[in-house]
Design a protein around this ligand. Sequence first.
Ligand code: ASP
Ligand code: MG
Length: 262
Amino acid sequence: MLIVQKFGGSSVANKERIFNVAKRIIDTHNAGNDVVVVLSAQGDTTDELIEKAHEINPKASKREMDMLLATGEQQSVALMAMAINSLGARAISLNAMQVGIDTTSTYGNARIKTISRGRIEHELDRKNIVIITGFQGVNKYEDVTTLGRGGSDTSAVALAARLHADLCEIYTDVDGVYTADPRVVKDAKKLNEISYDEMLELASLGAKVLHNRSVEMAKKYNVKLVVRSSMSDAEGTIVKEECKGATRWVVKSYSHNLKIIA
Ligand code: ASP
Ligand code: MG
């Protein structure tokens, strides 16, 4: 199988977590799969970079902001490749320019137009685990762009669609999609599966599990998505077209609990 695994910032926040994720990636590779990994910037790196920029120039151009923010993801992929290599497996990190992730020109909120498969496939043929920067792209001026906050999810789904991956796993710090935010509402229930449309509705209600555009893209290209935790082996939530007994109450329950939180 070809599996795309995306790990969010909290999953790679420090050395222990990087090695935890590195082992998971190696296990997936050792099971006989081709593995393409997409990473976010570590922990609060993106927020810290924004703060840093504002200290220097509160009116910094969006072009320079993208140039700066894209460095967060580049740190993550290099560190992850180093961690995997130190554990005796083979990995190579690539940024958006090296892969060829072409986007529209809009700095700070660019959209992916095309992705080149050549370099990725070359590295997979050489039995490398391929670690790619989320969130970033390149526009027609050969400038770095970013996809908007939370955009690494969209990078992962776009890569999964382009590579015809069998599965796209989105690893985060909760073990799936819940009827409410489990960090806030005690009896929130984890869903085994949810439809793309319900997931989009939850996102519009403020659920921050997945970047909205990633779900739209998964729906359009029928990418099999799983949301799961990098800290546990729990099975997570499958996001797909049709769900058995698709449940309106999922969305209702979420918005109901949202009022309680607010
Ligand atoms: N690092 C970026 C952000 O904090 C992108 C992402 O995490 O998906 O928004
Ligand atoms: Mg995110």
